[in-house]
Design a protein. Structure first.
Length: 235
């Protein structure tokens, strides 16, 4: 079932970005922090913004978070508060809890107290950056925390992929890799609420007869070791 209503507790850079993106996807979001100045920053983005001390069980119960589909505990620096809020959310019966962790030990404790899912923002960003600087053309890399990853590969002028049909590429990708989608930059710019600008893209569903062109962006799905071999081979 699609989750439609969320709550984000802790409005640092990570929490504010979550509120922004969920709001952009037309999801209801309750934004919560004890600092009135940061709550003010998301007031126009969030469906509801609350100034409250989330380590208070009574305050959490009154906030309405029990009725949302998912609560994200985005508190970063204060590990004690992060763990306590996760515990309290479990106690009041929140449907799904996603908690931010800063270390493997922190994650272990969060799982013990009731977090349904753990995220490591800094670790995930480090993985993306390492792949982006190691492999030419890789613009995004997402570690899905399982056997498979996602890679966004831009086809350079000297790439061996240029002119190849998708059917031919797929026949070579027999070891657990697939071309999920091909995108092409349209030249325009997309502006988001936080001032971030990205290239506007056209989505192309990769039919077998489509021939890859320079500057096409391939969205690849597969095991990390196979993705790395493919990117090295075709660059």
């Amino acid at each position: 079932m699609t989750r439609k209503k969320f709550a984000v507790i802790g409005l640092g850079r990570f929490g504010i970005k979550l509120v922004e993106e969920l709001s952009r996807m037309h999801r209801e979001v309750i934004a919560i922090d004890s600092d009135s100045s940061v709550v003010e920053k998301v007031r126009d983005m969030a469906s509801e913004s609350l100034i409250l001390d989330a380590v208070s069980k009574e305050a959490l119960e009154k906030s309405g978070v029990k009725d949302v589909d998912c609560v994200i505990v985005a508190i970063g620096e204060n590990m004690e508060a992060n763990i306590l809020v996760t515990t309290l959310l479990k106690e009041i019966g929140v449907k799904e809890i996603i908690s931010r962790a800063e270390s493997s030990l922190h994650a272990k404790i969060l799982r013990e107290v009731g977090a349904d899912r753990i995220v490591f923002p800094e670790e995930d960003m480090a993985v993306r950056l390492a792949h982006a600087i190691h492999f030419p053309g890789v613009q995004e890399y997402v570690d899905i925390k399982g056997p498979w990853d996602l890679a966004e590969l831009k086809v350079s002028g000297g790439s061996k992929l240029i002119g190849k049909k998708v059917a031919s590429i797929r026949s070579e990708l027999t070891k657990g890799i697939n071309v999920l989608m091909i995108e092409r930059e349209k030249g325009g710019r997309l502006s988001h609420d936080a001032g971030e600008k990205r290239e506007e893209r056209e989505n192309i569903f990769p039919k077998n007869e489509y021939a890859v062109r320079k500057d096409d962006i391939l969205i690849l799905f597969g095991r990390p070791e196979h993705l790395e071999k493919f990117i090295e081979k075709t660059s």
